[in-house]
Write a protein that binds this ligand. Structure first.
Ligand SMILES: [Zn+2]
Length: 489
């Protein structure tokens, strides 16, 4: 009994590629011609890792294109250039149709899906490079079908054209149209339901483009970069410590002092130095006792004349003080100081430092980076004197190491709340992290009484404690404070 023999077998057309052994390009083009199989497996692999629904959608689109191709072939009934290469009819080429869809779908995606039209130049450049590569790949695959005698040029041309048209229509209908649907429409609600139902959430299904201009790649990279380089921060960057909460409350009382205006946030800021930095700038900060922040300067929105920001005012005050450091004016002394370990400072702000200002003034992120790039120079003794003069540090006498001139560096930015998108889209945290500054959102572990901090009396925004959510009070207070005076006319 013969269960199997050569004449009973057939070939899976997509994977069976033959070429002339004396053709120098034959083997390479045979590999290229396998592209559809590689692309289909890539879709599945990338989807499993990223959970971005667009890959699943593209896979579905490719399957639809293949079904259309099969029907067209059986309808047109045009033979292939040879009888022995390839199975079935040749018009239109299914490889070319597959590639046409692939190339056009992803070109549209790379060029049009970004909700942020003002995306940075680098994004346009990398989109352009990827589009170019995709087209090269598509054209080469189509060419391989003719070169290997599987199709005539016309069959490839027709296939490519039909695939491209399906790709464009499919992208428009399933991606562009769905993404652009206005809030309240059926499509918008359906999409919302699709992403928020419990199954989708369990599978972590997402459309990164809804939240970020680059599907989150830059935000993810910044988080990764900050974690990878976070080693010296340690305890300094633990945002739930009560000492950080206390300093944030000091910043909040500053914001309480500022006059509310409609077109801007009300923010407070405090710059502090960890106790140990004054006593020994080179010692690693390892315990809670080492952190104890000593306030140096404070600031609030519009404190200095003009449209000034809280961080700007606090940094300016520190600069004015440092400039008066005894013996700190000479060029030679500063040259010597350049190589010394910096005095690492903590900057507390009730809201994420701004990365863009509608007024065109220099954003706080740029000021912070500038402070580190062209540092001020001072001594521990001089800073300790400043700390001793601040009422918030009453009761502790700062111990200063010496009067050696050193650069100061803002090492950690501690924020009360990320900037909401009321005026501009803020990328402050991300930018600071990319420059090696730790950014921490101060989040108390529990209610004020439970963590042992007493609340200040704020005139403009009372701090409310929600017993259901006892960790959200600081965040809420910072946000309400920032928006004070924005609601009523
Ligand atoms: Zn600012």
């Amino acid at each position: 009994m013969r269960l199997i023999s050569p004449e009973l077998l057939t070939t899976l057309d997509l994977t069976h590629v033959q070429y002339r052994p004396d053709d120098p390009y034959g083997a390479y083009l045979a590999l290229v011609t396998l592209a559809p199989v590689l692309i289909l497996t890539s879709y599945v692999a990338v989807f499993l890792v990223r959970r971005e629904v667009v890959y699943l959608n593209a896979l579905l689109g490719q399957v639809v294109t293949e079904i259309v191709n099969g029907k067209l072939k059986r309808y047109i009934k045009q033979a292939r250039p040879t009888e022995f290469l390839g199975l079935g009819y040749g018009m239109p080429s299914s490889h070319a149709q597959f590639c046409g869809f692939f190339v056009v779908f992803w070109t549209c995606h790379l060029l049009f899906h970004r909700p942020d039209r003002k995306a940075r130049m680098s994004h346009h450049v990398d989109s352009f490079v990827f589009v170019l590569l995709i087209w090269l790949f598509g054209v080469l695959t189509c060419y391989s079908r003719v070169h290997l005698y599987y199709h005539t040029s016309l069959q490839v041309l027709v296939g490519g054209t039909i695939g491209s048209i399906i790709g464009a229509l499919y992208y428009a209908a399933t991606e562009a149209f769905v993404r652009a649907a206005p809030a309240g429409s059926v499509v918008h609600s359906a999409r919302h339901f699709f992403y928020t139902n419990s199954l989708s959430r369990a599978l972590h299904l997402r459309d990164g483009g809804m939240a970020w201009e680059d599907a989150g790649a830059a935000a993810e990279y910044a988080t990764w970069f900050s974690k990878m380089t976070a080693s010296p921060g340690g305890i300094l960057t633990n945002g739930s410590l009560a000492c950080h909460v206390r300093m944030m409350l000091l910043a909040l009382t500053q914001a309480d002092d500022c006059d509310a205006v409609k077109g801007a946030f009300s923010v407070g800021c405090a710059i502090a130095v960890p106790a140990l930095q004054l006593a020994d700038p080179e010692a690693p900060i390892e315990s809670l006792h080492d952190v104890e922040p000593r306030a140096l300067t404070t600031g609030f929105s519009r404190e200095f004349p003009g449209n000034t920001h809280a961080e700007e005012c606090a940094i300016e005050k520190l600069a004015r003080y440092c400039v008066r450091t005894p013996g700190g004016q000479g060029g030679a002394a500063i040259d010597m100081a350049r190589s010394r370990a910096p005095i690492r400072l903590l900057l507390y702000t009730t809201m994420e430092p701004c990365s863009e200002r509608l007024s065109g003034n220099k954003p706080c992120v740029a000021r912070i980076l500038e402070t580190n790039a062209q540092p001020m120079y001072t001594t521990c003794k001089w800073l300790a004197k400043l700390a001793a003069s601040i009422p918030e540090n009453a009761g502790v006498s700062p111990v200063a190491a010496d009067d050696l001139l050193r650069p100061v560096r803002i090492d950690v930015v501690l924020q009360g709340v990320p900037e909401p998108d009321d005026f501009v889209k803020c990328v402050g945290q991300r930018t600071l992290r990319m420059h090696g500054i730790h950014v921490v959102t101060v989040t108390p572990e529990s209610s004020p009484s439970a963590i042992g901090v007493s609340l200040p009396n704020l005139a403009s925004v009372p701090i409310a404690i929600d017993t259901q959510q006892p960790t959200g009070w600081l965040r809420e207070a910072c946000l309400c404070m920032a928006r004070k005076g924005h609601k009523d006319a």
